[in-house]
Every structure is written in C-alpha cells, then in structure tokens.
Design a protein around this ligand. Structure first.
Ligand code: ATP
Ligand code: MG
Length: 269
C-alpha cells in the first residue's frame, strides 16, 4: 500500500553554476552520499559530457552503454540507464562525451527544454523509491542546464570562495527567473553553498561576507572548506564520506545534507 505521507515523487535538485570548477560535481557526489547516510535514496543524473560524477563514482566505460544522452534524445526507459553504485541507496544515470553533441541535437526537437523533465517523470521512477534526484550540470547555461532546471524543483548553486565568484551569479539568477516565467513556474533556489573556503584567508572571508550581504538567507549556513581529501576521493572512485569519513570535507557535506533536509523548499508538482 502506498504511504500517504510520502511526496508524489522524489525532490529534484539541479546543481548548477556556469562557472567551471566551482565544486558542482564534488557537491553532487558528496551531498548525495551524505543524504544516503541519513537514510535517503538518491539518484545522481550526470548531465555533463565530461562525465566526472560518473567517473568519481567508479562507473566504468562498459557500464555506460546507455547514458543520460539516451534519456534525453532516444526516449530510453529509465531502467536501461540507471545504474547502481558501490553505495547502497545511491544510483546514477551516467554520462559520456556523447552528450557533447546533445545541446545541438536538442535544439531541433519540439520539447527541447522538457526532455529531462519528461524522462524523470516516467512511471518507472517510482520503482526506485527515490527521495532525491541530484542533477550534476555542465559549466554552461546551455540547453543541458536548462533541461536540468526545467526538470527540477530547485536549484542549488555552489559558489567558489574566490575573487569574481559573484560575477556570473546574476546571469544564473536571470536564467532561473526566466524559467519561472515560462517553463517552470515553481522553480526555487534551494540555496547557495560556498565551496573551497579557507576561513583564515581574508579574500575567502570577504567572498562569504559579500555573498551573505547580497543573498541573505539564500546562502547555506554550512560552508564547504578547501580540503585535499575531497579532491583525492574521486581518483579512488568514492565519495569522501567513504574515503575518509572523519575528514573536514565529509563533516561539511554531512552538515549541508542535514541543513537541506530541514529545507522548506517543497517538492510539489
Ligand atoms: N572543497 C574542496 N576542497 C578541495 N578541492 C576541491 C573542493 N571542491 C572541489 N575540489 C576540487 O576542485 C576541482 C573542481 O571541482 P568540481 O569538479 O567539483 O567542480 P565542477 O564545478 O563540477 O567543475 P566543472 O565545471 O568542470 O564540471 C576538482 O579537482 C575537485 O576535486
Ligand atoms: Mg563538474
């Protein structure tokens, strides 16, 4: 029997920032792992042709015969694409470089912004009993990221604690506002999370102060520190929570997960 307290489907969160190397993939992998530690079931959808989330979770090339590309452009059933990872409760729709042509191929399709939305609303999604879907976006505001934002209930923005971090954020927020007026009226900002922070460094502290001054409550209280364990973990094909559970990076992503679980941003529609 279905549980009436359970929302209609998983909460879908796009992890996006058009700037490269700000911690999107690191956040997707480790926030997902931390949510799984909290007893949630999580699917990561890799929408980046670089496939870093897939590699970071140890998905080998031969396990990538069906990928997010097939979900978007070949009407593939979810069952063909979703793969387990070494972590129970953590699943992935992997990506390969195939996806680099998707932006162009999607343009000529009628529902070009809704391809991921529709793929994630296949009835089979219920079979996975997911609580969250985290979409790891590529570093661009093209159709792949737009598809992620149209599919999502909310957008989580990693912001690297460095000079120029806030530059580009207005463009991202503008995209969110435009989508709210068109394809996805319910889209919310889940929050902005400062990444690679060094609180002993004045510049890093300044970026945090500026972000909190401009964005107020949109900024998560949790700050992700610069931590070498976070950058080592993907080469061992593990989230940092497995690779070094006691590290500062693990502790930070656990705190972020708990903060997000308290979030009032609902999964509606
Ligand atoms: N908190 C952190 N401390 C130390 N290194 C980090 C941290 N977060 C991310 N990194 C490292 O910084 C690099 C960029 O991070 P990541 O790949 O998560 O960014 P991204 O936004 O997904 O990049 P892209 O835009 O290329 O997809 C990676 O080598 C990663 O291991
Ligand atoms: Mg990435």
């Amino acid at each position: 029997m279905s549980d009436p307290t359970r929302p209609a489907g998983p909460k879908i969160v796009a992890i996006a920032n058009q700037k490269g190397g700000v911690g999107k993939t690191t956040t997707a992998i480790n926030l997902a792992a931390a949510l799984v530690e909290e007893g949630r079931r999580v699917l990561i959808v890799d929408t980046d042709p670089q496939g870093n989330a897939s590699t970071g979770l140890g998905i080998e090339a031969e396990q990538r015969t069906h990928t997010t590309y097939d979900l978007l452009l070949e009407d593939a059933p979810l069952q063909e694409v979703i793969r387990p990872t070494s972590i129970d409760g953590l699943l992935i729709a992997p990506a390969t470089t195939d996806l680099s042509s998707a932006d162009i191929e999607m343009v000529s399709t009628e529902k070009r912004s809704f391809l991921l939305h529709d793929a994630l609303r296949q009835p089979a999604i219920d079979d996975y009993r997911l609580d969250y879907v985290l979409i790891d976006c590529p570093p661009a505001l093209g159709l792949l990221t737009v598809n992620a934002m149209v599919a999502a209930h909310s957008v989580l923005v990693p912001l690297q604690s460095e000079f120029f971090a806030l530059e580009g954020l207005s463009q991202l927020m503008l995209t969110v506002r435009e989508l709210r007026q068109s394809a996805n009226p319910g889209l919310r900002i889940e929050g902005v999370v400062l990444t690679m922070a060094d609180r002993r460094n004045n510049l890093s502290q300044q970026v945090e102060n500026d972000a909190r001054a401009y964005l107020g409550d949109l900024v998560f209280q949790t700050v992700i520190p610069r931590n070498v364990r976070l950058s080592e973990a993907p080469s061992f094909a593990m989230p940092v929570l497995e690779y070094d559970p006691a590290s500062k990076g693990s502790q930070a992503y656990r705190a972020l997960a708990r903060e997000m679980l308290k979030s009032k941003v609902p999964a509606t529609a």
